[in-house]
Design a protein around this ligand. Structure first.
Ligand SMILES: [Mn+2]
Length: 498
């Protein structure tokens, strides 16, 4: 014994783990053998296989590395709940909290690629990991899959993550490696090491790969569209649950949290959780675009803007905003603003549904322009613009943007702002295609300190956000069943508050 306590002991000051050989032997024995039955293949598996094939054709002869990502520390020894990188979820079909540290590798072959899923399978019960590893041990985090079970579920060949380093680095001089580099710093370090050891020229290879992974998700397949419908329906139930809590919210010193909590409880019950932090913004807080502090009061007579989405177990999320009168009835000034925003929504929908005589679809960016057209004219009618609506709509004008500084639409799917790395010509400048999913979310924000608007409008912020699917014949509003006209919203709130 030395008199100095080694550092590794000092950082484990709280550990009271039994160390005796007798304990080791005792805890390893007398567990029933699993029945060995393999789980069925996931519904998503064949769709994920098709996506991998498309990716394969984009990068022939190259090794493609897509990590799920690692656990992220929230504080000290507590991690955030794991959520895999969206590209990994897309290409494996795995959702919920699967599978920290897993890596999908597409190894080039003569004809395409062979995919292998590397991950850390369940440890045997005679290992220390089984009882002592709070991040991966079965006694701490639950039963983990074996290589065979994961293979049966995903339809992918699997291998132990101990083999990953060799799989990444072999022939690194001859094979170009492309990496989804934002997902996992340890895998990124492995790839960089493999590249540097052979002096591989890798500058600028990962950015186009990130673009490709993003662009691969621009058009959703039928299974993904089902996930989107489920997400929107769960979000509808979340809004219902939230509205039922309005009476309690008005009694609470920070009622916005009451509304936030009601939605989130439903999101965890119905899905994996929230697709993003809920915005529950009462009164003037609605004019803060990303109000997620949600610590304000909810007052009768005011509006509450709720921007929220349920992420289902497959990790697809809805993104819905409704602006709701707290006591179930809009005032005249609120109606005036609300109707202008709703008219902008309708103009966007009509634009997105347009199909030319030759079957030509509109460009994505034209949807935003349609909203701006309506809002600029309405603001002009109200006498708020220093120039005409036409002048304001010109690039050198844009006065109307004072009251809506954000965009009107973004793609939606595994990420709430899906496909964000797509190139401009594939996103804003692309034409709509059946299977695309995006939001339409025009708004008007009149802050309470905005001296450029009449007093009756100050403190009113309205956003209406719907989730849209492009179809062969036009568009479908996936969130059609969530009320949004003035009478429908009033009836919705009044009906649930009875
Ligand atoms: Mn949105």
């Amino acid at each position: 014994m030395t008199d100095k306590q080694p550092l590794e002991d000092r950082v484990n000051n709280r550990s009271q783990r039994p160390e005796s050989a007798a304990f080791r032997e005792f805890i390893a024995a007398n567990w029933a053998e699993p029945d060995g039955a393999l789980p069925p293949q996931m519904e998503a598996a064949p769709y994920a296989a098709t996506r991998r094939e498309v990716l394969s054709t984009r990068f022939p002869g190259e090794r493609l590395v897509i990590p799920a990502g690692e656990l992220v520390v929230r504080s000290n020894d507590t991690d955030y709940r794991f959520r895999p990188h969206s590209a990994f979820a897309h290409l494996t079909g795995l959702g919920t909290d699967e599978e920290p540290d897993a890596v999908l590798v597409l190894e080039p072959t003569e004809t395409g690629h062979d995919a292998t899923l590397y991950f850390r399978p369940a440890a045997a019960k005679d290992t220390e990991e089984f009882f002592a590893d709070s991040r991966y041990g079965e006694l701490w985090v639950g039963v983990r899959p074996t290589l065979e079970e994961m293979s049966a579920r995903t339809g992918l060949p699997t291998a132990h993550s101990d083999e990953l380093a060799d799989a990444i680095s072999k022939d690194a001089g001859q094979v170009q490696i492309r990496l989804a580099s934002q997902a996992d710093s340890a895998v990124t370090a492995l790839v960089q090491k493999a590249r540097s050891e052979v002096g591989a020229h890798a500058e600028g290879v990962d950015a186009p790969f990130a673009e490709a992974l993003s662009e691969l998700r621009l058009v959703k397949d039928e299974w993904e569209i089902r996930q989107m419908r489920d997400a929107v329906n769960a979000t509808h139930r979340g809004f219902d649950a939230l509205i039922r809590q309005i009476p309690r919210s008005t009694e609470h010193w920070r009622g916005e949290r009451v509304l936030e909590g009601a939605f989130e409880a439903n999101a965890r019950e119905d899905g994996n959780g929230l697709g993003y932090d809920t915005i529950a913004a009462a009164g003037n807080h609605a004019n803060t675009l990303h109000w997620i502090r949600n610590d304000g009061q909810v007052r009768p007579g005011e509006l509450v803007l709720v921007d929220a989405g349920v992420e289902v177990d497959s990790l697809y999320t809805a993104d819905i905003t409704r602006t709701i009168p707290v006591d179930g009835t809009f005032t005249d000034a609120q109606k005036k603003v609300y109707q202008a925003v709703l008219d902008a929504c309708e103009a966007c929908l009509a634009k997105a549904a347009e199909i030319g005589p030759d079957g030509e679809r509109v460009h994505f960016r034209e949807i935003h322009a349609a909203a701006m057209e309506v809002l600029a004219h309405r603001l002009d009618e109200w006498g708020l613009l220093p120039v005409s609506a036409e002048e304001s709509l010109k690039p050198e004008g844009q006065y109307h943007r004072r009251w809506m500084v954000h965009g009107t639409s973004h793609h939606l799917g595994l990420d709430v702002h899906d496909c964000a790395q797509a190139r401009r010509e594939m996103y804003l400048d692309a034409k709509l295609e059946p299977g695309m999913c995006f939001t339409i979310e025009p708004a008007l924000y009149f802050r309470e300190d905005d001296l450029a608007v009449p007093e009756e409008l100050r403190g009113i912020g309205v956003r209406i956000e719907d989730d849209i699917l492009v179809t062969e014949s036009g568009v479908e509003r996936l969130s059609e069943d969530i009320p949004r006209t003035i009478p429908a919203v009033e009836a919705w709130v009044q009906g649930l508050l009875q």
